[in-house]
Design a protein around this ligand. Structure first.
Ligand SMILES: Cc1cc2nc3c(=O)[nH]c(=O)nc-3n(C[C@H](O)[C@H](O)[C@H](O)COP(=O)(O)OP(=O)(O)OC[C@H]3O[C@@H](n4cnc5c(N)ncnc54)[C@H](O)[C@@H]3O)c2cc1C
Ligand SMILES: *[C@@H]1O[C@H](CO)[C@@H](O)[C@H](O)[C@H]1NC(C)=O
Ligand SMILES: *[C@@H]1O[C@H](CO)[C@@H](O)[C@H](O)[C@H]1NC(C)=O
Ligand SMILES: *[C@@H]1O[C@H](CO)[C@@H](O)[C@H](O)[C@H]1NC(C)=O
Ligand SMILES: *[C@@H]1O[C@H](CO)[C@@H](O)[C@H](O)[C@H]1NC(C)=O
Ligand SMILES: *[C@@H]1O[C@H](CO)[C@@H](O)[C@H](O)[C@H]1NC(C)=O
Length: 656
C-alpha cells in the first residue's frame, strides 16, 4: 500500500491515511480487534462530529445533584427504560430518575459494521448459559454466549438493528390469554407512535408512523448479493412484502433502526432529545442492588444503588419501574424478595411476596450458525481497506454502513407450518458475509472452540461465500433464570433448555433444507453456489448431508438470536405464573411495575427490539392515566374532554 500522501490530498483524507498507517504498525504487536476498534474511535472523534454528537448527548446528573426522592425511579436505560424516561418527563410536574449500570454509548456503536466489535467490551454484560449436553456443544465449555447491552440504550445500542414487529397473531394470543388491550389492533398505534419510517412508499402505509423518535430506514449500504437473494427467494415462491405490514410471510430488504445510516438506539432516539429537561435525572454507572419494599404493606418505596463505590438510597414517591431486561428484571425482583418462595429461601433471601413465575417461562429464538455457501463471484469478503475507511469517514458511504448480517430478511413456512394462514415458523437472515470470514472475531463473539471452528472452515477461510441463518420463531422449549446466590454481582443461572421440545429441532432442520434448495435456484446457480462440505467430527459418523447429520449439527452450532423474553410474564390473577397484570403492575406488590421484554407472555414471531419499545410506549400511557384521576377508570378521552368543558377547574383541583 502506498502511504505517501499526494500533495493535493484533502486534510481529512490525510488524517485517515496517517491513522491507517499507524494502526497497521500497531497491529504488528496488538490484537487485531483492539487495534481496529481504537483506530475507528480515533478517526470518528477527529472527523465525524455528527457521530460524536457532543451537543445532544444525554446529560448525566452529577452525583452531588442527585435528589433524595423522585416521583418515579426507572431501573435500566435500555430499549424500554429510555422510552419511559422520555415519555414520563413529558409531564413537567413529575421528576424521574433513570438509573443505568453502564455508561454512555461508545462512538463506534454508531457504525453498523462495528456491531460484532462491541461484544465482550464494557458495553456487554457477557452472560453465558450453564453448560449443556444438548445445545451450544461447539462452544467453549458448552456454554452459549448471551450478549446483553450495558449502556444507555441497553441492548438497542449493540443489537443487529433489524426493525421487526412480529405477527398479528402474537398479540391477539396475548390478548386472548387474559390480557385485555394487547391485541394487534390495540398495539399497532404504539408501534406507530414510536416510529419515524423514512422508506419511501412505506411512509404512507397505514402500518407505519412518521412522527415518532425512532428512525427506521433501509441500510445505507446494500451489497450486490441483495439482488441475488431477492431473485432466489422469488424462485422459491415467496413475494416481496413489508414484513411489518399486512402480511408477514415473504421477504424484504431489511428495515433497520438507523438514522442517516448510523445506529439509532433508544438512547439516540429517546434520551438525547431530553437533554434539556430539568425533571429528568440520568445516572449512569449506577448498579441497582435492590428494590426497597415495605414488608407489611408490600409497597415499593425506593431503590438502593451503587455509583462510584458509594451506596445511595433514593425514594420513589409514586412508583418504581423495573426495565432491566429479561435476564436482570427477574434477577432484581428475586434479590428484592419477590419470586418463587422455595428458591429464594434456598439462596437465603427473605420472601416478601411468593411469585412462582419470576424467572420462569424463559423463551428465546435460536438460529443455526455456520451455514456457508461458496460462490464464484467478484465480491470480496468484507476485509476493510483504506478506501472503505475513507468512504465512510469522508464521503459517508460504503460498506462500513453495512453489517453483512442481513441483506434480505425472510419469513417462510416449513412443512410444519399452516401455510393457509399467515403465520410462518422460520425467519431467515440471508447474509453477504458467511462465518468463514473474520474467524477470530466470530469465534470470540459466539464463544466457539477453535478446533470446532477449524473443522468447518480451515480450508475455506476468507473464500467467497454467503451465509444463511434460519431462526426458529415459535419455540416450544422453555427455560429459566435463577439466582446463584444472594449477591447482585454474581451472574445469574441461565438455562434456556433449547431444543428440549422435539418439534423445535424438526422445524429448525427444515431451515437447512430450505437454504439448500435456495442455493439450487437458477439465480444462485449463476454464482455456482455450493454448500460447504466440511463436517464436524462429532457428527461425522452420520451420513453427510442427511437429516440425522443436521440434527446432530444443530446441537453444536446453536446460536441465540439474543431475544430472551417472558421471565416476568403478563397475565391475569388466576394464572399463578403471571408476574404482572395487563397494566404491567407486579401482582401482589404495590407501586411497582415491570416494563421490558420480560413481560411478553409468549415470545413474538420476530426480533424483539421494536416490540419492547412498543411495550414501553404503551406502559407510559398506562402510568400517565393511572396517576391522573381524570383519566383513570377507563374513561374515553372524548368523555374527559366533555367533563373538562363543564368543570374547567377540575384538573387543577385534582392535583391540588
Ligand atoms: C447482540 C444482540 C443483537 C440483537 N439484534 C436485534 C435485532 O437486530 N433486532 C431486534 O429487534 N432485536 C435485537 N436484539 C434484541 C433486542 O435488542 C432486545 O430484545 C431489547 O433491546 C430488550 O430490551 P429491554 O429493554 O428488555 O432490555 P435492555 O435493552 O437489555 O435494557 C436493560 C438495561 O438495564 C440495565 N440494567 C440491568 N440491570 C441493571 C441494574 N441492576 N442496575 C441498573 N441498570 C441495570 C442494562 O445495563 C440495560 O441497559 C438483539 C439483542 C442483542 C443482545
Ligand atoms: C423523520 O425523519 C425525516 C427524515 O430523516 C426527518 O426529516 C424528520 O424530521 C423526522 N421526523 C421527526 C418527527 O423526527
Ligand atoms: C390451518 O388454519 C386454518 C384457518 O385457521 C384452519 O381452519 C385449519 O384447520 C388449519 N390447519 C391445520 C392443519 O391446523
Ligand atoms: C459478591 O460477589 C463479589 C464478586 O463476585 C465479591 O467481590 C463480593 O465480596 C460479594 N459480596 C458479598 C456480600 O458476598
Ligand atoms: C426442497 O426441495 C425438495 C425437492 O424439490 C422438496 O422435496 C423439499 O420439500 C424442499 N424442502 C424445502 C424445505 O424447501
Ligand atoms: C401540572 O400541575 C399543574 C398545577 O397543579 C396543573 O395545572 C397541570 O394540569 C399539571 N400538568 C399535568 C400534565 O398534569
Amino acid at each position: 500500500m502506498d502511504i505517501v500522501p499526494d500533495r493535493n490530498t484533502p486534510v481529512p483524507q490525510l488524517i485517515v491515511q496517517w491513522a491507517y498507517t499507524g494502526i497497521r504498525l500497531a497491529l504488528s504487536c496488538a490484537g487485531v480487534t483492539v487495534g481496529f476498534v481504537t483506530f475507528f474511535e480515533v478517526l470518528i472523534v477527529l472527523l465525524r462530529p455528527d457521530i460524536v454528537d457532543k451537543d445532544n448527548r444525554a446529560r448525566i446528573v452529577p452525583t452531588v445533584e442527585l435528589l433524595d426522592q423522585y416521583d418515579f425511579v426507572v431501573i435500566g436505560a435500555g430499549s424500554a427504560g429510555a422510552v419511559l424516561a422520555n415519555r414520563l418527563t413529558e409531564n413537567k410536574n413529575w421528576t424521574i430518575l433513570l438509573l443505568e449500570a453502564g455508561g454512555d454509548e461508545r462512538v463506534i456503536s454508531d457504525l453498523p459494521v462495528m456491531t460484532y466489535n462491541l461484544v465482550n467490551t464494557d458495553m456487554d454484560w457477557k452472560f453465558k448459559t450453564e453448560s449443556s449436553s444438548a445445545y451450544c456443544k461447539g462452544m467453549v465449555d458448552n456454554q452459549c454466549h448471551w450478549t446483553r447491552g450495558k449502556s444507555l440504550g441497553g441492548s438497542s445500542s449493540l443489537n443487529y438493528m433489524l426493525y421487526v414487529r412480529g405477527n398479528r397473531r402474537d398479540y391477539d394470543n396475548w390478548r386472548d390469554s387474559g390480557n385485555p388491550g394487547w391485541g394487534y389492533d390495540d398495539v399497532l398505534p404504539y408501534f406507530k407512535k414510536a416510529e419515524n419510517m423514512t422508506i419511501p412508499g412505506l411512509r404512507e402505509s397505514p402500518y407505519h408512523g412518521t412522527s415518532g423518535p425512532l428512525t427506521v430506514e433501509n441500510p445505507r449500504y446494500e451489497h450486490p448479493m441483495q439482488g441475488y437473494f431477492s431473485n432466489a427467494m422469488s424462485e422459491m415462491g415467496y413475494h416481496e412484502v413489508d414484513v411489518n405490514g399486512k402480511t408477514q410471510t415473504g421477504f424484504n430488504r431489511p428495515q433497520t433502526t438507523t438514522r442517516n445510516g448510523l445506529r439509532c438506539s433508544t438512547s439516540k432516539a429517546y434520551l438525547r432529545s431530553t437533554a434539556d429537561r430539568r425533571n429528568l435525572h440520568i445516572s449512569t454507572n449506577s448498579l441497582v442492588h435492590k428494590i426497597l419494599i415495605d414488608k407489611t404493606t408490600k409497597t415499593a418505596y425506593g431503590v438502593e444503588f451503587v455509583r462510584e463505590n458509594m451506596r445511595h438510597i433514593v425514594r420513589a414517591k409514586k412508583e418504581v419501574i423495573l426495565s432491566a431486561g429479561a435476564i436482570q428484571s427477574p434477577k432484581l425482583l428475586m434479590l428484592s424478595g419477590i419470586g418463587p418462595k422455595d428458591h429464594l429461601e434456598e439462596v437465603g433471601i427473605k420472601v416478601i411476596h411468593d411469585s412462582p413465575g419470576v424467572g420462569q417461562n424463559l423463551q428465546d429464538h435460536i438460529m443455526i450458525g455456520g451455514l456457508t455457501f461458496l460462490i464464484d463471484a467478484p465480491y470480496n469478503p468484507s476485509t476493510t481497506t483504506l478506501a472503505d475507511v475513507t468512504d465512510f469517514v469522508v464521503k459517508k458511504e460504503g460498506h462500513l454502513y453495512g453489517t453483512g448480517f442481513c441483506e434480505i430478511l425472510a419469513f417462510v413456512n416449513t412443512r410444519y407450518a399452516n401455510s393457509s394462514i399467515d403465520y410462518p415458523d422460520l425467519e431467515l437472515f440471508l447474509s453477504s458475509t458467511a462465518q468463514n470470514v473474520n474467524g477470530e472475531l466470530v469465534t470470540s463473539v459466539f464463544g466457539l472452540r477453535d478446533d470446532f471452528y477449524a473443522s468447518l472452515f480451515s480450508n475455506i477461510i476468507d473464500k467467497e461465500a454467503y451465509g444463511v441463518e434460519p431462526a426458529l420463531i415459535h419455540p416450544k422449549s422453555r427455560g429459566y433464570i435463577k439466582l446463584r446466590g444472594n449477591n447482585i454481582t454474581e451472574q445469574p443461572i441461565i438455562v434456556p433448555n433449547y431444543l428440549d421440545h422435539p418439534d423445535d429441532l424438526d422445524v429448525l432442520v427444515e431451515g437447512i433444507f430450505f437454504a439448500y434448495n435456495l442455493s439450487q435456484t437458477s439465480t444462485m446457480k449463476k454464482l455456482n453456489a455450493r454448500p460447504n462440505s466440511n463436517t464436524i467430527p462429532e457428527c461425522a459418523h452420520l451420513n453427510f448431508p442427511s437429516r440425522d447429520y443436521w440434527r446432530c449439527y444443530v446441537r453444536f452450532f446453536t446460536l441465540s438470536v439474543y431475544h430472551s423474553t417472558s421471565t416476568c410474564k403478563m397475565g391475569p390473577t388466576d394464572d399463578k405464573m403471571a408476574v404482572v397484570d395487563a397494566r404491567l403492575r407486579v401482582h401482589g406488590v404495590n407501586s411497582l411495575r415491570v416494563v421490558d421484554a420480560s413481560i411478553m407472555p409468549t415470545i413474538v414471531s420476530g426480533n424483539t427490539n421494536a416490540p419492547t419499545i412498543m411495550i414501553a410506549e404503551k406502559a407510559a400511557e398506562f402510568i400517565k392515566k393511572d396517576w391522573n384521576p381524570i383519566f383513570s377508570g377507563g374513561c374515553k378521552t372524548s368523555n374527559v374532554k366533555a367533563w373538562e368543558n363543564i368543570f374547567p377547574t377540575l384538573q387543577s383541583y385534582a392535583h391540588a
